[in-house]
Design a protein around this ligand. Structure first.
Ligand code: ASP
Ligand code: MG
Length: 406
């Protein structure tokens, strides 16, 4: 008998009919002879509705009260789904995060799970019940309700699966798996059968919003096999996210991720001596701007140029700070560009295949796409290009690396 954790997101439980549909699928899973835990999100747009209500009352509502408020969305869904399961003839019980002892730290609105007491859940499973758990919420040491950050139900599901040593954690969502790239940009994008935790983290942090990043980290850490499946189409295999195997190494590239909203800043002619990089990036970090790529050129006449990228929303603020730094350091000039994007090839197979980067640059060159910056890691090569080349760049690389073929 296997233990399966299933998680259904907001759209999957967005109406009474959809909740009935979920109940049927959960019941079918149990009838296969498996023990089933179901984690659910709030009904679609409910969390946003609650956020808007609070915003009408205060610009700075207290985080503790926001967590009390937002956690109600999931509580509605667990009760409705359990009622629907009863109508399907299944024994089932619903639980809030606190009731199943999802213990977190006290950082309201982005709490981290520290511990789960799986005994209670296991006892219900052993008694033949389906256990329905509210996603996104926990309880801190003082008994305060906490929430895990937007999209946090994914993390609840993975954490439950880890605590129960489940055989698989299935994430049901509105897409039928993880794709080689965004199908809205490249219609030939293909669903991946498998991807590693590491690759998924790169894809997720680069903007493929299928799963909460923290959930993938958690799954990797505890080696919980994760499967992304469609909650609307039945029978598809979805995408399995797991540890690396030989087959995955053979494929050179798993996918192409991209970030639309990037910007870059360059400080020209800064003195080249120890401490300068810190003098530049220290004040940027102090105003909470996250820097992505960083490039420092070799020095010429004892000065150098220093470039970094950031989210476009942070560009103005970063530029202001950098102009001040430039004055202090006696730098020549600050220049910037807000019309850039980042495109990345992701694949664990890169480790054992040489020449991936040069093939990438060749393919882009053939299309006349100029590369503005390059960075690499063990399983990723990223380039910064002008915004107007995003679609062309993604499609060109998708083709060049044969990602469309099955
Ligand atoms: N309801 C929460 C949100 O909308 C958590 C989740 O859906 O995973 O972010
Ligand atoms: Mg989600």
């Amino acid at each position: 008998m296997a233990i399966i954790v299933q998680k259904y997101g907001g759209t999957s439980v967005g109406s009474v009919e959809r909740i009935q549909n979920v109940a049927r699928r959960v019941a079918a899973e149990q009838r296969k002879g498996n023990q089933v835990v179901v984690v659910v999100s709030a009904m679609s747009s409910e969390t946003n509705r609650l956020l808007a209500l609070a915003a009408e009352l205060s610009e700075t509502p207290e985080p503790r009260e926001m967590d009390v408020l937002l956690s109600t969305g999931e509580q509605v869904t667990i009760a409705l789904l359990t009622i629907a399961l009863h109508s399907e003839g299944c024994a089932a019980r619903s639980f809030t995060g606190g009731q199943v002892h999802i213990r977190t730290d006290s950082v309201h609105s982005k709490a981290r799970i520290q511990d789960i007491d799986a005994l209670r859940v296991q006892a219900d499973l052993d008694a033949g019940r389906i256990v329905v758990v509210a996603g996104f919420q926990g309880i801190d040491e003082q008994g305060n309700i906490t929430t895990l950050g937007r999209g946090g139900s994914d993390t609840t599901a993975v954490a439950m699966a880890a605590a129960l040593k489940a055989d698989e954690c299935q994430i049901f969502t509105d897409v039928d798996g993880v794709y080689t790239t965004d199908p809205r940009v490249e219609p030939k994008a293909r669903r991946l059968q498998k991807i590693t935790f590491e690759e998924m983290l790169e894809m997720a942090s680069l903007g493929s919003k299928v799963l909460q990043i923290r959930a993938v980290e958690f799954a990797g850490k505890y080696n919980v096999p994760l499967r992304v499946l469609s909650s609307f189409e039945e029978g598809g295999p979805g995408t399995l996210i797991s540890l690396e195997d030989e087959e995955m190494e053979q494929a050179k590239i798993s996918g192409i991720a991209f970030n639309r909203d990037e910007a870059k800043l360059t400080i020209l002619g800064v003195p080249d001596h120890p401490g300068v990089a810190h003098q530049i990036l220290g004040p940027i970090a102090a105003v909470n701007i996250e820097v992505d790529m960083i490039v420092q050129n070799i020095s010429e006449d004892d000065t150098t140029n220093f470039t970094f990228t950031m989210h476009r929303n942070d560009y103005k603020k970063a530029r202001q700070v950098l102009e001040q730094i430039a004055q202090q350091l006696g730098a020549r000039e600050v220049i910037g560009d807000q019309q850039i994007v980042k495109i990345s090839l992701v694949g664990v197979g890169m480790r054992s295949h040489a020449g991936i980067a040069s093939s990438m640059f060749e393919a882009l060159a053939k299309e006349g796409i100029n590369i503005r910056m390059i960075s690499t890691s063990e399983i990723k090569v990223s380039v910064v290009v002008d915004e107007k080349y995003l679609e062309l760049g993604v499609r060109t690389l998708h083709e060049a690396f044969g990602l469309a073929e099955a």
